[in-house]
Ligand binder design. Sequence first.
Ligand SMILES: Cc1ncc(C[n+]2csc(CCOP(=O)(O)OP(=O)(O)O)c2C)c(N)n1
Ligand code: SF4
Ligand SMILES: [Mg+2]
Length: 253
Amino acid sequence: MSSTPLFRNATEPVWCDGCGDFHVLDGLCAALEGMGREPRNVALVSGIGCSSRLPGYMESHGFNSIHGRALPIASGLKLARPELTVIVTAGDGDIFSIGATHLVHTVRRNPAITLFVMDNGVYGLTKGQQSPTTPPGTQMRTAAQPVGDASVDPLSLMLSLGCGFVAQAYAADQPAMQQLMQQAIEYPGFSFVNILSPCPVFRGGMGIYKELRRSISRIDDSGHDPADLAAAHALLASAEAPLAGILFRRDLP
Ligand SMILES: Cc1ncc(C[n+]2csc(CCOP(=O)(O)OP(=O)(O)O)c2C)c(N)n1
Ligand code: SF4
Ligand SMILES: [Mg+2]
């Protein structure tokens, strides 16, 4: 896949063919370049996971750190170097499982950091265990029984925590994802975009792309007002398909 040259370094990703994270890498490189950012003014921080390898493929400052700990590291970095564009790229396991407490308290502090979660609904790096976003009833390769636990809804969680920018994108819809990335990066506080980024190896095969493209419902088409928190909760509660777009946006102190 092609990436814009400015933000892509020469390292070849080790992701499997068909991994959604290729799209996220391409989209983020294009989004940053399109905003006129320079690699020396951008810092990417991640934890551990297939998705967390992303900073290693970009021509910017990067720290592939410790499982679940990217947010406190990024918060410290933003305090020390406020002029940098600080972006956290995480997996669903990394951020909603082992890193969940950091997520709660980072939202409370509202630092000007952007969080992009590559949500594939699985622990990809460790070969297919259930993650907090795996739907109940899913049969994982690594378990004898289908998943019995309830799942976390990232959008609902972030709305409830009080995050001022909550959005969802689909990795293979490049123009829409890039636009959302730019809006999130421009937001003056803590912004969150959940990116549906398939792991065809351990969750659903390549057919998951077709399924997502067919089922995704665009928030823009619903007439939803993103400044209305109650409407955002109501839209989520009534949604029968994955949503894409800005669900909630309000400037916070
Ligand atoms: C402290 C610690 N516990 C567990 C692990 C093992 N581990 C590595 S990545 C990972 C989960 C990755 O899942 P996710 O964040 O969803 O990323 P993905 O690989 O799916 O992109 C786990 C449990 C670890 N590296 N460190
Ligand atoms: S295991 Fe899944 S998440 Fe990891 S690189 Fe392969 S396709 Fe991507
Ligand atoms: Mg994952």
